[in-house]
Design a protein around this ligand. Structure first.
Ligand SMILES: Nc1nc2c(c(=O)[nH]1)N[C@H]1C(S)=C(S)[C@@H](COP(=O)(O)OP(=O)(O)OC[C@H]3O[C@@H](n4cnc5c(=O)[nH]c(N)nc54)[C@H](O)[C@@H]3O)O[C@H]1N2
Ligand SMILES: Nc1nc2c(c(=O)[nH]1)N[C@H]1C(S)=C(S)[C@@H](COP(=O)(O)OP(=O)(O)OC[C@H]3O[C@@H](n4cnc5c(=O)[nH]c(N)nc54)[C@H](O)[C@@H]3O)O[C@H]1N2
Ligand code: SF4
Ligand SMILES: [Mo]
Length: 682
């Protein structure tokens, strides 16, 4: 519910708060909502329906406007002083009794670089590396694989240059719905000009509509599929021998590994037509320039890192790296998931992906902060939840909604109950806030300034257009007060810009950037202070690792965790265009209300018929972890044996069904493969 905010809004150029595309967005008085300005990414001012609805948060009646504290089991309003006194007492007591590693800090990929920089500075000044952001839940596996092979986990190329590709290999991503402006303004025009789109996804969706080849892989079977593609490249002599000689190691071992791979067998294991797979590999291999895009269907598995390792072999075999129109491009999730990680809200790296044990990086940080950060890596957020009540006694959740979005939600609910003290800083009373001891009302995107970093490494400026509601305060002020209350350090900054400037002095990737330099144009990292220009195409002469070469890696198939009993279906989860993540913001949006409907279980007509389920029936989806009830939609676009739900709702809370087995390297949960039974509701 929303009052018309027109009186309160003074339009300024900002950046959309939803996805990692980073569209320029400003308030339009006539529409009472968002319109695009001609930004660095949306160069014609184009936006998607979520951007148009983004100002709905301003004046929303459900906004948090006063601090809340728990009294006799209930959350009641309290003065600011009281809220912070309670945090100081409780967190102070926990640190005194158990040490700083008994606290955990959830940073926010939905918030600015400046805010995230301060969160990790508070945690590290206090003496713990227990800080993470929900990049953990999206692309941590992609980053792990790409960092170990190339030295860096970010998009290798830019949106501008992918138009030069002859082939797009899109695997485990649905950019038509999740990155709409990238799809419509960069990919579709290229496709219309002749670029071939290969789409690897168990469901045919809006991205598939534009595809030339669709490989409807079984969830969890990307490795055999990618290995088979590598084998076809080798067999059909589509490898780039010059590139292999100069830039790649391990071809002999990799060839020996592929000797054992049977293309038809692997295709059948992955559930795709062997001829289609061969055609896809040939098209990729014959292309002058082929660009890969990878998303959650690849990363969010207990073998997510291995999945991406298998993908990285393809550009190395074919020389599709280091030039425009090629590369491997993880499409990043929230508007600042890239930046939150860049500025150090990760348990093992300081700002700029420098290891917490790197002596130079530690010295640089210590000189700026006056405090040495701890050397032992912290827990990841997905690990930390398992420690609630054991090793972790207090948690600070800034702009995340783990009660809805972490896997195995029934377990998460128990874990949140186990905490001695939970603080939530949000703009809405979320499902997670229901467990809190103190709730701090922060500032929405429309009320704050700062910077965010989009999916192709551009640092972009946000500017406030609206006043804060009620007694709500700026997120950055609240985080600085938290630092002041919990540590002996001063967290007094004269401006948001001063926080950014400090960050550029400890983060080599951002060194030399400035608010003035960013302006309306953006600045790309890795940035050169000397030239004032960022690097567009990574790994061109050398890999970011400093090496001239990268390795080919043999990746064995990793079977899914959940075994299927007779009659079970595989549940995979994901997103739809008009909704965003936990739905905390989009569920409340009047503008999106009509468009977004309710959650539906996508099920193949064959699977439905065997269970006497008709279109529109209520069904129970269940496994040993939990049960949800939802309406079924029959559709032949999903592969038989697989069903699909979003995770955008608290009811049905689909994460009751997902398992919390983590990828051993990246700690990303298994969101994309759960065994379930589906039965009609009596
Ligand atoms: N509209 C909208 N846009 C968003 C978001 C949103 O919630 N709504 N969230 C943002 C965030 S945080 C993120 S991380 C990005 C994510 O963007 P995407 O990566 O596109 O997100 P998903 O829909 O989770 O997964 C993509 C596809 O993977 C497929 N898939 C499932 N299992 C498998 C598998 O085993 N293998 C393969 N190859 N594919 C599989 C699904 O069918 C789905 O179509 O989107 C961002 N943009
Ligand atoms: N089953 C399943 N689960 C998934 C996924 C999946 O594909 N399937 N995807 C995973 C992925 S990729 C991600 S990124 C996570 C997302 O998980 P979350 O980050 O938990 O989800 P969001 O809904 O984006 O949560 C953002 C929170 O920040 C608040 N917020 C927004 N703007 C501001 C602000 O300016 N200030 C403050 N203080 N708060 C703000 C919102 O109200 C909301 O509560 O979900 C993960 N969970
Ligand atoms: S494409 Fe992403 S950044 Fe652009 S308007 Fe839509 S949600 Fe916002
Ligand atoms: Mo994400």
């Amino acid at each position: 519910m929303r009052d018309t905010p027109s009186q309160d809004v003074d339009p300024q150029r900002s950046i959309c708060p939803f996805c990692g595309v980073g569209c320029g967005l400003e308030y339009d008085d006539a529409r009472g909502n968002g319109v695009g300005w001609k930004g660095p990414v949306n160069t014609k001012g184009e936006i998607c329906p979520k951007g148009a609805a983004a100002f709905d948060v301003v004046g929303d009646e459900e906004r948090l406007t006063q601090p809340l504290v728990r009294e006799n089991g209930r959350l009641v309003t309290a003065p600011w002083e009281e809220a912070f006194d309670r945090i100081e007492r409780a967190f102070g007591g926990i640190v005194e009794e158990y040490g700083p590693d008994a606290l955990y800090f959830f940073a926010s990929s939905a918030c600015t670089n400046e805010e995230n920089y301060v969160v990790q500075k508070v945690a590290r000044t206090l003496g713990t590396n227990n800080v993470d952001n929900c990049a953990r839940l999206c692309h941590s596996s992609t980053v792990a694989a790409m960092s170990s092979r190339f030295g860096l986990g970010a998009m290798t190329n830019t949106l501008e240059d992918v138009r030069e590709a002859d082939v797009f290999l899109v695997t485990g991503a649905n950019p038509a719905e999740q990155h709409p402006v990238i799809f419509r303004s960069y990919m579709l025009p290229a496709i219309r000009d002749g670029t071939t789109l290969i789409h690897v996804d168990p469901r045919a969706n809006s991205t598939t509509d534009a595809a030339d080849i669709h490989l409807p892989v079984k969830p969890g079977y990307d490795i055999p599929l990618l290995n088979a593609m590598a084998k076809v490249l080798l067999e059909a002599d589509l490898v780039d021998q010059a590139f292999l000689a100069e830039r790649v190691e391990g071809i002999t071992e990799f060839t020996a590994f592929l000797d054992e791979v049977d293309v038809t067998e692997n295709a059948e294991l992955a559930g795709v037509d062997p001829d289609d797979l061969r055609a896809a590999a040939r098209v990729y291999g014959e292309a002058d320039r082929a660009a890969a895009f990878t998303g959650m269907g690849m990363s969010q598995h207990h073998c997510g890192t291995s999945n991406v390792h298998a993908l990285l072999n393809l550009p190395l075999l074919t020389g599709n790296i280091g030039v425009s129109g090629t590369g491997v491009n993880p499409l990043r999730g929230q508007n600042n998931v890239q930046g939150a990680s860049d500025v150090g809200t990760l348990p093992s790296t300081l700002p700029g992906y420098q290891s917490v044990s790197d002596a130079d990086a530690r010295a640089r940080v210590a000189a700026e902060w006056g405090v040495e950060p701890p050397t032992v890596p912290g827990l990841t957020e997905s690990e930390a939840i398992h420690e609630f009540g054991d090793g972790i006694h207090g948690a600070f959740v800034f702009g995340e909604n783990p009660a809805v979005t972490e896997p195995n939600a029934n377990h998460v609910s128990d874990a949140l109950d186990e905490l001695e003290f939970l603080v939530v800083q949000d703009i809405f009373p979320t499902e997670t806030a229901e467990y809190a001891d103190v709730v701090l009302p922060g500032s929405s995107w429309a009320e704050k300034g700062g910077t965010v970093t989009n999916t192709d490494r551009q640092v972009l400026r946000m500017r406030p257009s609206a006043e804060l509601p009620g007694d709500a305060r700026q997120d950055l002020d609240l985080l600085c007060e938290l630092g002041e209350r919990l540590t002996d350090n001063a967290f007094t900054y004269p401006s948001t810009e001063a926080v950014f400037d400090e960050m550029t002095r400890v983060n080599p990737l951002y060194e030399g950037m400035s608010y003035d330099g960013i302006g309306d144009e953006g600045q790309r990292w890795p940035f050169s202070a000397a030239t004032g220009i960022g690097v567009d195409v990574l790994h061109s002469d050398r890999f970011f690792s400093g090496e001239r070469t990268a390795d080919l890696v043999a990746v064995d198939h990793v079977p899914p965790v959940d075994q299927l009993d007779a009659g079970d279906l595989v549940l995979t989860t994901g997103r739809v265009m008009q909704h965003f993540n936990s739905g905390a913001v989009t569920r409340r949006s009047d503008t999106l209300m009509g468009m977004r409907g309710e959650d539906r279980l996508q099920i193949h007509p064959g699977d439905a018929e065997r269970r006497a389920i008709s279109d529109g029936d209520r069904v129970t989806v269940a496994n040993e972890r939990g049960t949800v009830e939802v309406t079924a939609t029959l559709t032949p676009t999903i592969r038989e044996g697989t069903v699909f739900l979003t995770f955008h709702y608290d009811d049905p809370l689909s994460n009751r069904l997902t398992g919390d087995t983590l990828d051993p390297e990246a700690s990303i949960p298994e969101y994309k493969h759960s065994a379930v039974t589906v039965t009609p509701v009596e």
